[in-house]
Design a protein around this ligand. Structure first.
Ligand SMILES: [Zn+2]
Length: 70
């Protein structure tokens, strides 16, 4: 097993840990349905991306239209 030859200083540990802080993700509201979503992503609520439905969601909509009524 590889092992470190020497322990490093508390200063060096601190310098490494200075970059370990977590950053909260940027949340934006969907312009279509006002649901919170990540920027540059299709909306998880309505599937819209820049006011146009994405392929997968459009396929789901057509499936809903042709579903036989009970
Ligand atoms: Zn939406």
């Amino acid at each position: 097993m590889p092992n470190p030859k020497r322990r490093h200083s508390k200063s060096r540990t601190g310098m490494r840990r200075a970059h370990d802080a977590l950053v909260a993700p940027t949340i934006q509201l969907c312009p279509e349905c006002k649901a919170p979503r990540l920027p540059h992503r299709a909306c998880p609520g309505c599937g819209y991306y820049i006011s146009a439905p994405t392929q997968t969601k459009r396929r789901n909509y057509s499936r809903q239209i042709f579903k036989p009524e009970e």
